[in-house]
Design a protein. Sequence first.
Length: 303
Amino acid sequence: MGCPDWPKCFGQWVPPTEEASLPANYRDVFLQKRTKKVEKFSKFLTGIGLSETAENIKKDPTIYNEEQFNAIKTWTEYVNRLLGFLAGNAMLFAFAWMLFYYRKSKLIYLAAINLVIMAFQAWFGSIVVATNLVPWTITVHLFLALVIIGIQLFLIYKFSPFDESNKIVLPTKMRLVFYLILIITTYQLFLGTQVREYIDELTKQGFGRDSWTDKLGWAFYFHRSFSWLVLILLGVIAYLNEKKYKHQPIRWIFFVLSLGLVSGVLLAYADMPGLVQTSHLLFATILFGQLLYLIFKVRIQKV
């Protein structure tokens, strides 16, 4: 909530660095604008049959709590938007390039779908802001990001030249284990958003970081247990890989998993420092991408 409006930030394309440069009533001004957007979004939800969800959003008093200006949060959100803008334009450029060079390829339809999803993702980012980080909107935002990553990796894989030296040959059972790990990792990402929802609720109730772990619900314990399951499965694969196959991508996957687990341990036992929360999600997302891309490469190989 570093930027209360969208796509501008405090009504400016380049946001302020100090509160003194904003009008005295800036919180009231942006609250009114955000309230109007919440009303429009609620009408949209009602129109698609989610009237109960719409009512819950409109009646949630926390949605109408306007944040005090914080330069660090403002520029964190602003950089996020800049990166999203660059990613969207790069995707648009890639689509135009495909129109020129690959007009007859069916992949162009997939690229077009991904471009539409990216545009929808940008719009939905404004909804996340307007609703003051309603938990389920964060989950949807993450889901859309994973879909975009997945499609983009598939396009990269299909357009990458085949290199015999990088061919990954694995037994069928090992490939199936990678599918299982990918499914668990994806589920883990969404369990993580559930944990985040619990943390948001605890914060609203006045609980500090030092008491979060003791009060988190079932999602936290499932999340932790599945992490150990992924470690065991990948540990066995890493051992077999070093013993027989020595594929570099598998080594990198195990390395990223290790970083993710270390950050998870720090979250659980070091009062969940903010930077570690960010790195934990980053490592999980990278792991998701690595697993997906590896599956793309091995599924067509003959053992």
